[in-house]
Design a protein around this ligand. Structure first.
Ligand SMILES: Nc1ncnc2c1ncn2[C@@H]1O[C@H](COP(=O)(O)OP(=O)(O)OP(=O)(O)O)[C@@H](O)[C@H]1O
Ligand SMILES: [Mg+2]
Length: 292
């Protein structure tokens, strides 16, 4: 990548301020998580963000994974900066954002996600102000987290306005998804969670999995599970990962892409019609409240 192109990507459309966000609402923050690792969170986060961007929403994808920078790799982006550069005051939040396809903006977390946990008051202020500056120019922030309920994941899960739990039809993934939902219920983090079943071979299989989780949650937990939809098992997903080109763009007619478009339509209708959130200020306040 030459330097000019790199700069263009970095700046992206982040400089276009002041456009009121869709329907004049405050930004929504949705966190994507799972109990078991490797169930497809990052692929879902990337492809869902892209479809929602294609549909005209202004989306920021926050890579909140503690481990490797998955989201960048899946999109073939090589952002030179991440949250660490921001936290240590070398760069602004806008400067560390990378521009992906369809106007999607990406905040690469990198090791900054771990550093966020020990952020000093001045770093917290910078993060808060940086995010608040985005209010009014972003409709949706999607956060891709690591699997399991580590402290960092819990902070994103708790602070986000909505939560999507991803599972596959494997029994281990289902029981781990239930464990996450149980923690969310026990700590009263959210009254409801969305559920996506990935890697299904049929709609019946997806419904069986979702019914199982919905039923047990209803019976034993004080929480509502909303089944949002499924994504088909599709060899194109692996091919797209190897090509570092998200499948909704590289294989738009694949079954997986079709599933994600359906999911995006449902999310767009469901989530965006829900009650007003406290926007990004509510999100950042909660993130740091949990820290203390
Ligand atoms: N619908 C699908 N069909 C086929 N393969 C899939 C599908 N979804 C995910 N995969 C495969 O699973 C792998 C893991 O996906 P991904 O990295 O998105 O999972 P993850 O939940 O983010 O993992 P981690 O917990 O490590 O962050 C992908 O590289 C891909 O090969
Ligand atoms: Mg991941």
């Amino acid at each position: 990548m030459n330097q000019a192109e790199g700069l263009k990507r970095l700046v992206g459309n982040a400089g276009e301020k002041g456009v009121p966000n869709t329907a004049g609402k405050l930004s929504r923050v949705i966190c994507i998580t799972s109990g078991k690792g490797g169930v497809g969170k990052s692929n879902l986060a990337v492809n869902l963000s892209l479809v929602l961007s294609q549909q005209g929403l202004r989306v920021v994808l926050f890579d909140g994974d503690l481990g490797m920078a998955n989201v960048d790799v899946l999109m073939g982006l090589y952002p030179p900066y991440n949250l660490t550069d921001f936290l240590y005051e070398k760069k602004t939040l806008r400067e560390i954002m990378a521009l992906g396809p369809c106007g999607l903006r990406v905040i690469p977390g990198g090791s900054g996600i771990a550093q966020l946990a020990n952020a000093t008051p001045s770093q917290q202020d910078r993060f808060m102000n940086g995010l608040l500056e985005l209010e009014g120019e972003v409709d949706l922030v999607l956060i891709d987290t690591s699997a399991g309920l580590g402290y960092n994941v819990l902070r994103f899960v708790s602070a986000a306005h909505e939560l999507i739990v991803v599972t596959t039809p494997e029994p281990t993934a289902i029981t781990d998804a239930y464990s996450i939902i149980k923690v969310v219920s026990n700590y009263k983090l959210h009254p409801r969670v969305g559920l996506v079943v990935n890697r299904v071979r049929s709609e019946e299989e997806a419904l069986q999995v979702s019914h199982k989780i919905e039923r047990v949650s209803q019976q034993y937990l004080d929480i509502t599970v909303d089944y949002l939809g499924s994504v088909y098992e599709d060899v194109k997903v692996g091919e797209a990962v190897r090509k570092q080109a998200p499948f909704v763009i590289s294989h738009p007619r694949s079954k997986a892409a079709e599933s994600v478009r359906k999911l995006a339509a449902k999310l767009n209708g469901d989530f965006c019609s829900r009650e007003e959130t406290q926007g990004l200020s509510g999100f950042v306040k909660k993130i740091f409240k949990l820290l203390s």
